[in-house]
Design a protein around this ligand. Structure first.
Ligand SMILES: Cc1ncc(COP(=O)(O)O)c(C=O)c1O
Length: 455
């Protein structure tokens, strides 16, 4: 540790309550103090360089240390550091950004609402779903379907949508507007002798039964990450989304794509739903929108939904929802520059090609490994499923902390990947600028650490 940071490190626990962190561990080990970063590498206060194969929190798509983004931030802050967008106030950057995003977005997503993060984008879309149905006279359409192993955020409504028990423990959550359905993961949820197609049909059948039982008149929306991220890098069977969309359409239930992780190139296309074969009615994005350089989210709705809101406005006046930082001029300028950078440098295609390389390398090295059951994901989003008993698909006991042990060994060797303890999985989502040499290094360290930690 350099003396420069000694003081702040010792004061961290005294003053900071960290998100999603163990206070006990902080008191024992102190914080991980990160002081600079460039490309795909972060540097800690003691001078250690680490290949960040998580991209911060799945968000630094353009890579760290992009001076062109810092420059835009400086210039736009000097010109207009802030003004709100309530009461139809606007700024040129949010308009230009919205126009650009609508051009890139999946077909039928025509209007953009800006916020500050993924949770507020999803929260906004829950409220818009409620508002939309209420304005059409369907005031009882308030329940929202979400899946086991989903992650949609940690605000009160989005933690409720999140299907990971740890986010509910010792909170009065989930709220009862959420209806839970099965996680569409064939590897862990398929029954003995069941084909993937039969599994898919069973899950769609269960959703149809739930709609029947609860009554379509009481259900507003269905939230889905195209590929579950924090829940285990889980992709449903191929027919799942087309069948789901058809079922929901029949019952006037809106399908919301949570593209907070999958959006802006991570899977090798601008958005995940393009690849996974469905057209969402609404879509939430954040993270890669600014590559993490500014806290910003964009929630998309269709013109069909907007028309209903427009009629409501004639009756009610204001659409009574929004945030102090909605349409922030500096955030919008940075997002716009980031999107141009991703476009000009061909990073979406790079994610596709280097993602294919990453998956091929992982498969070459780990397909036959006795403690690896499945390698999942697309583009630069990958999950390595650890198993205790490969033949019978038995996952490791969470109490044995296999993912955390491997991640600790990897960190010692200079690489960060993310442990997903509830599913015994290691998650990889590097900056889209990661090089093939860095991918080789990551895979080498990953394999070495699995071998050293699991015996
Ligand atoms: C799929 C998904 N949705 C929503 C969120 C919440 O975003 P935020 O932490 O910016 O509120 C996350 C965060 O990781 C996410 O992975």
């Amino acid at each position: 540790m350099t003396d420069q940071f000694k003081d702040v490190e010792s004061k961290d626990a005294e003053f900071v309550l960290h998100p999603a962190s163990s206070i006990t561990a902080l008191l024992e080990n102190g914080p991980q103090m990160v002081v600079s970063a460039k490309g795909s590498t972060i540097t800690e206060s003691n001078g250690t360089d680490l290949l960040d194969a998580v991209g911060g929190l799945w968000c630094v798509n353009a890579g760290y240390g992009r001076t062109e983004l810092a420059q835009v931030m400086k210039e736009s802050a000097e010109q207009l550091a802030y003004y709100h967008t309530f009461s139809n106030a606007s700024n040129p950057w949010q308009v230009e950004l919205a126009e650009k995003l609508v051009k890139l977005a999946p077909k039928g997503l025509d209007k953009v609402f800006f916020g500050s993060g993924g949770s507020d984008a999803n929260d906004t879309l829950v409220k818009i779903a409620w508002h939309y149905h209420a304005l059409k006279g369907h005031t009882s359409k308030t329940k929202v379907i979400a899946r086991q192993q989903a992650y949609h955020g940690t605000s009160i409504s989005t933690a409720s949508l999140t299907g990971l028990g740890g986010f509910h423990r010792e909170f009065p959550l989930p709220l009862d507007f959420v209806l839970r359905v099965e996680c569409p993961h064939f590897y862990t949820r398929g029954k003995d002798g069941e084909t993937e197609q039969a599994f898919c049909d069973r899950l769609i059948g269960e959703i149809a039964d739930l709609i029947e039982k609860e009554g379509a008149d009481n259900i507003a929306a269905f939230f889905a990450e195209p590929i579950h991220a924090a829940g285990g890098i889980i992709e449903p069977p191929v027919d799942y989304y087309p069948k789901l969309k058809a079922l929901l359409k029949q019952h006037d239930i809106l399908l919301v794509a949570d593209e907070v992780v999958c959006g802006y190139g991570r899977l090798g296309t601008w958005f995940g739903s393009e690849q996974l074969g469905f057209e969402p009615d609404m879509m939430s994005t954040a993270k890669g929108l600014t590559s993490g350089y500014f806290p910003m989210s964009a929630a998309f709705i269709s013109n069909k939904i907007w028309e209903v809101l427009k009629e409501g406005s004639a009756k009610l006046g204001a659409f009574s929802h929004g945030y102090t930082y909605s349409g922030h001029p500096v955030g919008a300028a940075v997002a716009l520059a980031n999107i141009h950078l991703i476009e000009n440098e061909g990073l979406v295609n790079q994610a596709k090609e280097n993602g294919a390389y990453l998956h091929a390398r992982l498969r070459e090295e780990l397909n036959d490994h006795p403690f690896v059951g499945e390698i999942r994901g697309r583009g630069l989003l990958a999950g390595v499923q650890l198993v205790k008993d490969k033949a019978n698909r038995v996952l490791p006991d969470p109490a044995e902390k296999w993912p955390a042990k491997i991640c600790a060994a990897m960190k010692k060797a200079g690489v960060i990947v993310r442990p997903l303890p509830s599913v015994g999985t290691l998650a990889i989502s590097p900056p889209l600028v990661i090089t093939r040499d860095e991918i080789d290094h990551l895979v080498r360290v990953l394999v070495g650490s699995i071998n050293s930690e699991l015996k």
